[in-house]
Design a protein around this ligand. Structure first.
Ligand SMILES: Nc1ncnc2c1ncn2[C@@H]1O[C@H](COP(=O)(O)OP(=O)(O)OP(=O)(O)O)[C@@H](O)[C@H]1O
Ligand SMILES: [Mg+2]
Length: 279
């Protein structure tokens, strides 16, 4: 076995297409959300994915996570193809890849403590005594800086703390791959920086492989070893992050990168107001 092929993710000619409206006769027209994307994600690497809204980033992430079957093409995950969605083997594979999304409040149960929710994720995959499960949960919470907050309910945490809890719940399963889809986009800039630093720290400690999808190029630049640019469902270019910033090959990438100072829509609006005052 060639070790390089066995570790990490290999995406080959991935296509995802959704029916575009209904037709009375014949097949519905298909809209390609992802259109022939191939790349390799190496073990231990953080790959950033950027591109404008609707370019197919999240769709690509779902196929890489194995929660959506590609229309065509294939994903090899640590040397194995994903089993059919919903099958027994697929459920076993699911623990190896975890996702973190933009809005943590939407993916937690408001009635359960943070500790109970993180422990529950562990117990669905491992048969452990309550004591061991509690210990592992406490370790995971401490890892994300919430060691003393397990007894709290979701509404008793800030947005950043809640996202840390979601990260703890993902990492307690010791996944090989963590997919972050706009995971810091809804947070204030200072909190974003804390979560990014946490991910950088966890990446080293746990030897994590990360796919980091974001609108925010400055964040992607900070965290990614390599970076891929999506445009209309296609992977326009992919390469070493610094090299891509220094010498983008495509005009689109150049324009995207030159728009970097805008960190959040809210901030850019404020800046516009400030500028208009200055005039
Ligand atoms: N389940 C679905 N059914 C139909 N169309 C879909 C579905 N999911 C995505 N699409 C379409 O596929 C295209 C790509 O969407 P996707 O959400 O992957 O983009 P994105 O790059 O993540 O955008 P954003 O930055 O806004 O999150 C869009 O045109 C979208 O409307
Ligand atoms: Mg998206």
């Amino acid at each position: 076995m060639i070790p390089d092929l066995a570790n990490g993710v290999l995406a080959t000619d991935l296509v995802q297409a959704y029916p575009d409206g209904y037709r009375l006769f014949g097949k519905p027209k298909m809209n390609k959300a992802v259109d022939g994307v191939s790349f390799r994600l190496h073990e231990g690497e953080t790959l950033g994915i950027v591109g404008e809204s609707g370019s197919g980033k999240s769709t690509l992430g779902r196929m890489i996570a194995g929660i959506e079957t590609p229309y065509s093409g294939a994903v090899s995950f640590w040397g194995e193809p994903y089993a059919p969605v919903g099958s027994f083997l697929w459920r076993q594979q699911r623990r190896h890849v975890q996702l973190v999304f933009q809005n943590p409040a939407a993916v937690v149960d408001p009635r359960w403590t943070i500790h109970a929710q993180v422990r529950e994720a562990l117990l669905t995959h491992e048969a452990l005594t309550r004591e061991t499960a509690d210990e592992r949960t406490q370790e995971a919470l401490a890892l994300v800086g919430l060691g003393s907050m397990g007894h709290r309910l979701p509404h008793q945490l800030s947005g950043g703390q809640l996202q840390r809890a979601v990260i703890a719940r993902a990492l307690i399963l010791r996944p090989r791959l963590l997919i972050c889809d706009e995971a810091v986009s809804a947070l204030d800039v200072s909190v974003q920086a804390q979560i990014i630093n946490l991910l950088l720290d966890l990446r080293e400690r746990l030897k994590l492989t990360i796919m980091f999808i974001s609108h925010d190029l400055s964040v992607v630049r900070h965290i990614s070893h390599r970076m891929g640019v999506m445009y209309h469902g296609k992977l326009l270019e992919i390469g070493d992050t610094q090299a891509l910033f220094d010498a983008p090959r495509h005009e689109y990438t150049r324009r995207l990168l030159s728009a970097i100072p805008v960190e959040k829509p809210r901030r850019s609006k404020k800046r516009e107001i400030d500028n208009s005052r200055a005039l």
